[in-house]
Design a protein around this ligand. Structure first.
Ligand code: PRP
Ligand code: GUN
Ligand code: MG
Length: 161
């Protein structure tokens, strides 16, 4: 149950992805990157550009909200990555760790990196940029848009004292 929100802007996401790329440099060069769709696609594109990596594979994992604990299905396998040897797995975040667990099962020899990690999913990562409290919901720039909010004094729902 999210009780607070962490809003990530495009600029912040880009800075965080470049920071992750810089931290990944000494672990490379990588044969290729496996992006976990869909949230990992944009971070993977940024990191691929920074690491000058041209081989990009994807893995598509669908998790089911009602059974969030442990239920996930792979609808597209990362064929080009084999057992993951020499490959870098990228996602936007780990929350429960269910998605990371499934993907690491497919690619046991790959390195797993993401931008944001909640405590429960943190053990599944080899590298991440920012830890986020478990009850905080990360709002990504692709999920949000700035909204005009009228000044308090002009809102018709505020009774004038
Ligand atoms: O650690 P977990 O509890 O598995 O949560 C983390 C996953 O959840 C989100 O993806 P989502 O399943 O919403 O699909 P999407 O990336 O295609 O939007 C996020 O992009 C991670 O992949
Ligand atoms: N956008 C978003 N998706 C998630 N999937 C699991 N946890 C999160 C989160 O904190 N934010
Ligand atoms: Mg995802």
């Amino acid at each position: 149950m999210a009780t607070s929100y962490a809003t990530v802007t495009w600029d912040q996401l880009h800075r965080d992805a470049r920071q992750l790329a810089a931290e990944l440099m000494p672990r490379g060069p990588f044969k290729g990157i496996v992006a976990i769709t869909r949230g990992g696609l944009i971070p993977a594109a940024i990191i691929a550009r920074e690491l000058d990596c041209r081989l990009i594979e994807t893995v598509s994992v669908v998790t089911y909200d009602e059974e969030k604990q442990g239920e996930a299905s792979v609808i597209k396998r990362p064929e080009a990555a084999g057992d993951g040897e020499g490959f870098l797995i990228i996602d936007d975040l780990v929350d429960s760790g269910v998605t990371a667990q499934v993907v690491r099962g497919l690619l046991p020899k790959a390195l797993f990196a993401c931008l944001y990690a909640k405590p429960a999913g943190r053990p599944l990562t080899d590298m991440f940029v920012v830890e986020v409290p478990q009850e905080t919901w990360v709002l990504f720039p692709w999920d949000t848009a700035p909204l005009f909010i009228p000044p308090l004094a002009r809102r018709d729902d505020t009774s004038r004292s």
